[in-house]
Write a protein that binds this ligand. Structure first.
Ligand SMILES: [Zn+2]
Length: 343
């Protein structure tokens, strides 16, 4: 049975890949493909042991994506440049591609930037502005760190809040596997982000102490000097990904939405980096009030919906393809990702 399933999967992948390739080759009306990345980590990076696999692409894969997408005739372009040309009714290539990186990980500077510079590929990095220049990391990474550290005692009263979310893993002791930690993270999404961070705060100090020797990735989030260097020659621009990476549908007041949406834009402007007023919804979560604020203050917004963007697509509903090592490690799987969303 498993053999039949993998046989069908193999052929379905081939069909989707062929379909994706054909559609990309024959597209005539201007189309924009937006690729989404998060972390860029070498295959042997120790950080991979503490990260959700769906968040990581290797530098080799990133380079392969750039070369493949170019080989089928796509023109790399800044996202805001494509939107500007569209609005001004200027001519656009039949197929353009915009590279985007969410969250502002420092590994983007260490491992993506050299490739972008070498390949002359412009990109937009969506920053979580209150995390820039800090030693902080996001709550899912803190939870993984807790669960993957053998000395963490899950019966410690300070972790009492976490136990209901362990479910069938409640009797297990640390370290958890990445897959197990990933399950706990999914369940924790029932809570709002600020509450999770409040719960984690008392653990943060001991977490830092337990961490291995500081790696080249520390601090984990981009710093001001990285932002300046990447923006040279207009290679990288910076968009908004809220102030604290709070999911907007978990915020229950207009003031909180304004903080995250409008506040993030004013942070970007006062940082005096190469910013562009494009918003990116954390986790893809949208609320009516939030959408209105985004439309009032930004030029465009990126979602987590998969698909390509024709001229008719609303600039506040941009579709993207989320790529990582698990779904696009060779040309066939990358084209299948693009092909599947077109069916
Ligand atoms: Zn994000």
């Amino acid at each position: 049975m498993a053999t039949i399933r993998s046989f069908i999967k193999f052929w379905a992948l081939g069909v989707f890949a062929l379909y994706g390739w054909l559609r990309l080759k024959i597209t005539r009306s201007p189309t924009l493909i937006i690729l989404t990345y998060h972390r860029v980590l070498p295959k042997n990076a120790p950080e991979r042991e503490f990260e959700q696999p769906g968040m990581i692409v290797s530098p080799e894969n990133l380079k392969q994506h750039i070369r493949l997408i170019r080989s089928i005739g796509a023109v790399p372009m800044h996202l805001d440049e494509w939107l500007r040309k569209k609005k001004a009714l200027e001519s656009l290539p039949s197929l353009s591609v915009a590279f985007t990186f969410d969250d502002g990980w420092r590994d983007n500077y260490l491992h993506a930037f050299p490739i972008l510079r070498q390949e002359k590929v412009p990109a937009t990095v969506f920053l979580v502005t209150e995390m820039v220049n800090t030693e902080d990391t996001f709550w899912p990474e803190q939870v993984i760190q807790l669960l993957r550290t053998s000395s963490t005692d899950l019966n410690d009263p300070v972790l009492g809040w976490l136990r209901p979310y362990l479910d069938e893993l409640a009797n297990k002791s640390t370290p958890f596997s990445l897959l197990e930690a990933d399950k706990v993270i999914s369940r924790l999404k029932d809570l709002d982000d600020a509450s999770i961070l409040d719960h984690l705060a008392p653990c943060a100090h001991s977490l830092k102490a337990k961490q291995n020797a500081p790696s080249e990735q520390s601090p984990p989030i981009l710093q001001s000097h990285d932002l300046v260097e990447m923006a040279q020659n207009n290679l990288v621009k910076y968009g908004a990904h809220t102030r604290n990476h709070f999911r907007l549908n978990r915020l229950n007041s207009k003031a909180a939405l304004e903080q995250q949406i409008v506040g993030c834009l004013s942070d970007l402007e006062s940082m005096k980096v190469n910013s562009t007023p494009i918003f990116c919804y954390p986790n893809g979560d949208i609320t009516g009030g939030g959408e209105q604020l985004v439309a009032n203050h930004y030029l465009a917004a990126c979602t987590t919906k998969a698909g390509w963007n024709k001229l008719t697509r609303s600039e506040y509903d941009l579709h993207r393809f989320n790529l990582h090592d698990g779904n696009s490690s060779n040309p066939r799987t990358l084209l299948a990702i693009i092909g599947r969303s077109l069916v």
